[in-house]
Ligand binder design. Structure first.
Ligand code: HEC
Length: 132
């Protein structure tokens, strides 16, 4: 909101407005990177806890993943992303829901399969959206 006001005051200075707008974008990108780091940490923890058949930890990991994937999906929706990012986020949420359901009924093989499928999908999105 604040950068808009400053933009109006600086009317005529197109460059100033563009710079302010860019810095707002960078802020949410920074936040996005923090989500990604948490996604990576939780994804690895979830796989490890499923391997040792630790339902409570794997479900806690999956719950946080679900929340992060929801935010990620919204981030791409808000940006009007028309490519596969929104779809990959939604697909990821389905896999995470499957982990929660399977781990909850001690079906660790199916849960682990879903967790691995989820981890394999990271690359699909990165190939298309992650800058080098
Ligand atoms: C729907 C798209 C999408 C999915 C799915 C996705 N990522 Fe990402 N990820 C991105 C984008 C876009 C970036 C680059 C953000 C940027 O420009 O800094 C990124 C960046 C990252 C980074 C680098 C963050 C940093 O600090 O620079 C890590 C680590 C990462 N992802 C891990 C994962 C893991 C692990 C998974 C799967 C469990 C995953 N991502 C799934 C889109 C995705």
């Amino acid at each position: 909101m604040r950068w808009r006001t400053r933009c109006l005051i600086a009317a005529g200075s197109v460059v100033g407005c563009a710079l302010l707008a860019a810095s707002v974008g960078a802020q949410s990108l920074l936040e996005f990177d923090l989500w990604m780091q948490r996604i990576e940490k939780r994804s690895l923890s979830m796989q490890r806890s499923l391997q040792r058949q630790d339902a409570p930890t794997s479900i806690a990991d999956a719950r946080e993943m679900l929340e992060l994937y929801q935010r990620m999906q919204q981030y791409f929706v808000d940006r009007g992303e028309s490519g596969s990012a929104v779809e990959l986020s939604a697909q990821g949420r389905e896999l995470i829901a499957k982990v929660i359901e399977s781990a909850g009924s001690a079906n660790y093989a199916v849960a682990l399969q879903s967790a691995i499928a989820l981890a394999n999908d990271c690359r699909d999105c990165h190939e298309e959206y992650k800058p080098l």
